[in-house]
Design a protein around this ligand. Structure first.
Ligand SMILES: C[S@@+](CC[C@H](N)C(=O)[O-])C[C@H]1O[C@@H](n2cnc3c(N)ncnc32)[C@H](O)[C@@H]1O
Length: 249
């Protein structure tokens, strides 16, 4: 098997450095809005894959009887445990080899993780394996085919072709770089793995400093509410959310 990249969040305070007082309330609200629309109301066993410190836990704690937060980073998981205590069970490991049995979970989500995954197909196969037939996976994908990326390519400011289905690998986020995916490429993986796509949402449609200044977070969140569904068919947003189901046998 080819080499895997794990983006190491150990020792990085993702909560404080990425989310607190960093002007990302709109993005946080946009994620939550999508998750509320896509996650089943009641689940027995649910896992937040690459869940970090459990930023989004308040969206699923009431929906599931048993909640796991799974992540590679032990420092993120410790933070999750400090915040949620017995409400969650934390499990450490690598997405490419999940510590869950075949057909064990009836729900899972994976949000803001695909940009760290070099081998998305292998990760999706692993998510499929641990889901029960009939189970639901909510997966957020970092989109390479956004309007700003199209504009940068067409005007010659970027060499990354957003229309090309090939994975885009950017080098500058960390030593490992990060990955953006073309919606068609991802959807082919979902189909090939065996998932049925039940719903798609276009998320963080107005992720832009200028728009935040002009409209303010509150108004952007209101605009986002209808845009997630209306703009889903074009798939131009930086985040595309998928509600997938593993078919019943
Ligand atoms: C950007 S954070 C997202 C956290 C959370 N899902 C959220 O939206 O707030 C990405 C998380 O994925 C985890 N991660 C990245 N690659 C991983 C891998 N191969 N196996 C397990 N976790 C991984 C990181 O440790 C980090 O906590």
């Amino acid at each position: 098997m080819s080499e895997k990249v794990i983006s190491d969040y150990n020792g990085y305070d993702y909560k404080k450095d990425f989310w607190e007082n960093t002007g990302r309330e709109y993005e946080d609200q946009a994620d939550r809005m999508a998750i509320r629309k896509l996650l089943p109301k009641r689940m027995e066993k649910f896992a937040d894959i690459g869940g970090g410190y459990g930023r989004l836990a308040t969206e699923y704690l009431k929906r599931a009887h048993k909640v796991y937060i799974f992540d590679y980073s032990k420092s993120e998981l410790k933070q999750a445990k400090d915040i949620y205590g017995d409400k969650v069970e934390t499990r450490a490991g690598d997405i490419y080899k999940l510590p869950f049995k075949d057909d064990e979970l009836d729900g899972l989500m994976m949000v803001r993780v695909t940009h760290h995954l070099k081998h998305l197909d292998q990760a999706i196969t692993e998510l499929y394996r641990v889901l029960k037939p009939g189970g639901v996976a909510v997966i957020e994908v970092a989109n390479k085919r956004t309007l700003p990326k199209m504009a940068r390519f067409i005007t010659g400011r970027s060499k990354v072709n957003p229309f090309d289905k090939k994975v885009a690998n950017y080098k500058d986020i960390s030593k490992d770089g990060f990955y953006n995916y073309h919606p068609k490429y991802v959807e082919e993986i979902f189909d090939k793995t065996g998932f049925t796509t039940e719903k798609v949402l276009s998320v963080s449609n107005f992720r832009n400093k200028g728009l935040k200044k002009i409209f303010g977070t509150e108004n952007l969140v209101k605009m986002e509410e209808s845009a997630q569904q209306v703009l889903a068919p074009v798939r131009f947003a930086p985040s595309i959310y998928y509600k997938l189901r593993k078919p019943e046998e």
